[in-house]
Design a binder for this molecule. Structure first.
Ligand SMILES: Cc1cc2nc3c(=O)[nH]c(=O)nc-3n(C[C@H](O)[C@H](O)[C@H](O)COP(=O)(O)OP(=O)(O)OC[C@H]3O[C@@H](n4cnc5c(N)ncnc54)[C@H](O)[C@@H]3O)c2cc1C
Length: 408
């Protein structure tokens, strides 16, 4: 059986590793000159910046991505973040995430325990947003800000733009798999290890090869057109999201197209800074609910010093893009950094913005449409087809697991 994969991002590579291990002949085509998509390193001034991710694996060594990497034999070390995360409160103090209840009244604290326990068991069936859900039960300024900060950092969305049921699935997964970790060597170490697995299983990865068409015969996929030739395949896996995939063949399934229209990509801005001293001093995420734009920050060099030149720290902030005025959004983010680190010396290494065809998330969380397409044996994986309750790369891994359950 032959599988052709469009795109060598994390989703394509996980699928390629799994299928090549199962004995499939695997061929991957990537339009860029490098593999890894939005999950690989980008060297700049001796710092290991990245093409997308903040070098963080949301559920660390115990989550779905870690278990899939282990399953396919990709040797990656994931260093647990310690503490899991911290919140900068209104007074400017950093409190452990688990202590967030101390910021609200005793009555609300008691109510929170009951409401959360009930809602985790019986998730809302309607489309109530996470913001409205928080408002409905608590009407609390701090909780609303924390909800925005958490959704902004982990999903690049405002709490008003995520269904409460999806965030509750995420909270469930946080209890199940626990907190984040940082892959030794950064996210490039993960995708490079997957490339090694695929090649050692006899698979081929072609870079600088943009797939132009998906070939369909009698409702089933028969191959692709790339580099001026047809390549036949028994199955085709697309790592480029449902919408982009439909541009490569003639899709006339109106219901499917209507569903895709609802899955909007999420936008975001990442600011990478360098400092001689640790600005956070730990390897967890810092949530910043009182900042104007920045939702959270990490300092990955506390887990893996090799991500920066000797004696330096790499700090990365993330913010949801709230308006179309990109310059202003970036200025507000830079302003936040000054307020968050008063009097500290740091150098802005790079500001990266993500939208359109290179977004933070191809399908905003809660709007994924699964791995199937209207064409037989054509599947979609990656962050356009995440599994339920999966934050970013954990969602990518859960989606790949679902696709593989159907295929294998
Ligand atoms: C700023 C930012 C911060 C993030 N932080 C984190 C984080 O800390 N932790 C985390 O878990 N996640 C994070 N994410 C999300 C994570 O990076 C993505 O979920 C993940 O990398 C998506 O992988 P993918 O395989 O779905 O897509 P991609 O990485 O986009 O891979 C798709 C590949 O397909 C290729 N391609 C497109 N069209 C074609 C074609 N026609 N022919 C051939 N190839 C094609 C593209 O070039 C690309 O390489 C972050 C994302 C951003 C942008």
């Amino acid at each position: 059986m032959k599988a052709v994969i469009i795109g060598a991002g994390l989703g394509g590579l996980l699928s390629g590793a799994k299928l090549s291990k199962a004995g499939y002949e695997v061929e991957i085509f990537e339009r860029l000159p490098f593999t890894g998509g939005r999950f690989t390193n980008l060297e700049h001034k001796g710092f290991q910046l990245s093409t997308g991710a903040l070098h963080m694996i949301p559920h660390g060594a115990r989550g779905p991505l870690a278990s899939l990497l282990c399953d396919v034999g990709a040797g990656v070390t994931i260093i647990p973040s310690e503490p899991m995360s911290v919140i900068r409160n209104m007074a400017g103090e950093d409190i452990d995430f688990h202590d967030f209840r101390k910021e609200i009244s005793l009555t609300k604290r008691v109510k929170l325990g009951t409401v959360l326990a009930y809602s985790l068991k019986f998730k809302p069936k309607d489309d109530i947003s996470f913001r409205d859900w928080v408002m409905k039960y608590f009407e609390d300024e701090f909780l609303l800000r924390l909800a925005d900060s958490f959704c902004g950092w982990s999903l690049s969305l405002r709490a008003a733009d995520v269904p409460a049921r999806e965030v509750l699935e995420i909270i469930d997964n946080m209890y199940r798999y626990k907190g984040p970790g940082i892959p030794l060597g950064g996210c490039g170490a993960v995708t490079d290890a997957l490339c090694d697995v695929i090649r050692s299983n006899g698979g081929n990865i072609h870079t600088s090869s943009s797939v132009e068409r998906i070939l369909v015969d009698n409702g089933r996929v028969s191959g692709i057109f790339v580099d001026g030739k047809e390549v036949s395949a028994d199955i085709v896996i697309s790592n480029i999201g449902h919408m982009e995939t439909t541009k490569l063949y003639k899709c006339s399934d109106e219901d499917y197209l209507a569903k895709l229209g609802k899955a909007k990509p999420s936008r975001g801005i990442k600011i990478c800074i360098a400092s001689d001293e640790a600005l956070l001093g730990h390897s967890g995420a810092l949530f910043t609910p009182y900042a104007q734009r920045i939702n959270g920050i990490n300092e990955v060099t506390n887990a893996d010093p090799s991500l920066a030149p000797a004696g330096k720290h790499l700090i990365m902030s993330h913010q949801t893009t709230l308006s179309d005025n990109l310059e202003q959004e970036i200025a507000l983010g830079l302003d936040d950094l000054k307020t968050l680190f008063p009097g500290k010396e740091y150098e802005v290494l790079m500001v990266q913005s993500y939208s359109g065809g290179w977004p933070v998330n191809r399908a905003s969380s809660g709007s994924d449409t699964g791995n199937r397409t209207p064409v037989g044996n054509l599947y979609v994986v990656g962050d356009g087809a995440k599994g339920k309750g999966g934050i970013e790369v954990e969602g990518v891994a859960l989606g790949v697991m679902n696709a593989m359950r159907e295929i294998l």
